[in-house]
Design a binder for this molecule. Structure first.
Ligand SMILES: Cc1cc2nc3c(=O)[nH]c(=O)nc-3n(C[C@H](O)[C@H](O)[C@H](O)COP(=O)(O)OP(=O)(O)OC[C@H]3O[C@@H](n4cnc5c(N)ncnc54)[C@H](O)[C@@H]3O)c2cc1C
Length: 466
């Protein structure tokens, strides 16, 4: 679909952000031919359903889970695989357990949206929302162009904001690329020595882009723990874990029990990954059953270890990293970034404090890539919509200062902790409350619950206000 120019049309539901989460909400709202809700998406990107994850055109950037787990609809798990296989049942079976390029997923979400009966009624404003004011019981959105839009309900589906390396740590002119700037990373010269700050899945993307472009330089990955993502095993094993046993325990005891399960799995000839696959559907329950202090302990001591076991990579991707490490072209350095200085030759000295050891050390590199991931602290994103919402008292940082405070089915809590009747959120910004709130299984569940609520609450259209 092509975007409309912004104008002051009133709508029932304005969805801010047209990444995967926003598109999943719109898909649900437009599915029912009898529903009359007027729906708009506000998204500045050139295409919907891209966001940081699915904007890449690089075929080596794969989904991090198999296609069989990525349906837009929990009630129809085969939907994505049928889309990919185009009705070929033989192909579908193989695809279900394959890791397919992420760009295919963006295409799938766009096609799925387009297939909804009420899709022609969707307005897409190719804009950025900068403020949302509560006015006369409605929301008045201000867009970057200065246009406004009245909406009875607003859904914040703004997703992943990139974490910046603090400017105070960068001295001089930088050859700095953001890992999510896929074209920028691909343009780094093949001979350049590169230092990637951050060792999560965005680092993996950056390495794959470099390799795909024939990169021959050295790649050093600097992160606090020096831990790299682990690989998936073949799928299999029982579907669910004896979760009640875990929920009753404190953090230390949980860790002990999970270790015992992985030992038992290995004695039974099963991969440890199956233990984590069984825990996967219970991520929110595991988080919510911990007290505040225990959650804090998890964030301080365990989160990186959890991340590498939970957010895994395709086996073929892990092999690429392994081969680079074996060749001495890629290595992981454990330490905390202190500063980056531009050298006279245009390269950089990346100063860090080693995790084990005293003093500071320096990595020399021609290019720096920021792969530090998602910024979930809204107070560290003062220049975004959240700065304006915070100034208006419409949002409150979530537990542990991450994301924003919300309650089911995504209702935003204001600065005094009161639920806002017309402001909703899903995805990354619910992380402090839910923890497991980033990936498609959670987004599709939240999109369904939210759209059911919106249909029930705002079903009776009112006349446009502008
Ligand atoms: C590199 C990467 C790979 C991933 N791989 C997988 C995977 O394989 N499987 C999986 O399940 N999950 C994966 N994820 C998790 C991923 O976050 C979700 O699958 C999904 O992309 C999140 O979608 P979203 O819409 O919540 O956020 P985003 O994709 O970040 O989209 C948010 C959108 O909001 C827009 N926006 C932001 N602010 C405004 C504003 N003020 N006004 C208007 N628009 C705004 C942005 O332009 C953007 O398009 C991956 C994430 C990343 C970063």
């Amino acid at each position: 679909m092509s975007p409309e120019s912004a104008g002051p049309h009133g709508v029932d539901v304005a969805i801010v952000g047209g990444g995967a989460a926003g598109v999943l909400v719109a898909t649900r709202l437009l599915a029912d031919p009898a529903c009359r809700l007027r729906v708009a998406i506000i998204e500045p990107a050139a295409e919907l359903a891209r966001g940081a994850a699915y904007a890449t055109q690089q075929p080596a950037h794969l989904l991090n889970v198999t296609a069989g787990r990525m349906s837009a609809f929990a009630e129809d798990p085969g939907h994505f695989v049928r889309f990919l296989s185009n009705g070929d049942a033989g192909a579908a079976e193989a695809l279900s357990s394959s890791f397919v390029p992420r760009r295919e997923y963006g295409r799938y979400l766009r096609e799925t949206l387009r297939a909804q009966p009420r899709h022609p009624a969707l307005q897409w404003l190719r804009e950025r929302a900068t403020d949302i004011e509560r006015r006369a019981g409605d929301n008045l959105l201000t867009l970057a162009s200065g246009a406004t839009l009245a909406a009875r309900a607003v859904v914040l589906a703004v997703g992943n904001a990139p974490r910046r390396i603090p400017a105070a740590r960068l001295h001089g002119d930088m050859r700095l690329a953001d890992a999510w700037d896929y074209a920028g990373v691909a343009a780094i010269p093949a001979e350049a020595d590169v230092c990637i700050v951050g060792s999560g899945l965005s680092m993996v993307d950056a390495v794959l882009s470099l390799v795909h472009g024939g990169h021959r330089g050295r790649i050093r990955v600097l992160s606090r723990h020096g831990l790299m993502p682990l690989a998936h095993a073949a799928t299999g094993g029982a579907d669910s874990a004896p979760i009640d046993a875990l929920l009753a325990l404190d953090l230390r005891e949980r860790l002990r029990l999970v270790r015992a399960w992985t030992r038992a799995a290995s004695e039974a000839g099963e991969p440890w990954q199956w233990v984590f696959d069984r825990l996967r559907p219970h991520g929110q329950a595991l988080w919510r059953s911990l007290g505040h202090a225990e959650q804090q302990r998890f964030l301080r001591h365990l989160v990186r270890h959890w991340d590498i076991h939970r957010h895994r990579i395709a086996p073929q991707v892990a092999q690429v990293l392994e081969a680079l490490r074996a060749d001495g072209r890629l290595d992981a350095v454990a330490g905390r970034l202190q500063s980056v200085e531009a050298r006279a030759d245009g390269g950089h000295g990346i100063r860090y404090r080693p995790r084990h050891g005293d003093g500071e050390e320096v990595i020399g590199a021609d290019w720096l890539i920021n792969a530090t991931g998602v910024e979930t602290h809204i107070d560290l994103q003062p220049d975004t919509l959240f700065g304006a919402l915070r100034a208006r008292g419409r949002v409150l940082p979530g537990p542990h200062g991450i994301g924003i405070a919300s309650e089911e089915p995504g209702r935003v809590l204001d600065a005094r902790g009161r639920p806002d009747p017309g402001l909703f959120v899903l995805g990354a910004m619910r992380i402090g409350t839910l923890w497991e709130s980033l990936a498609i299984p959670e987004l599709r569940g939240q999109a369904r619950a939210l759209s059911d609520h919106l249909r029930a609450t705002f079903a009776e259209p009112v006349a446009p206000t502008a």
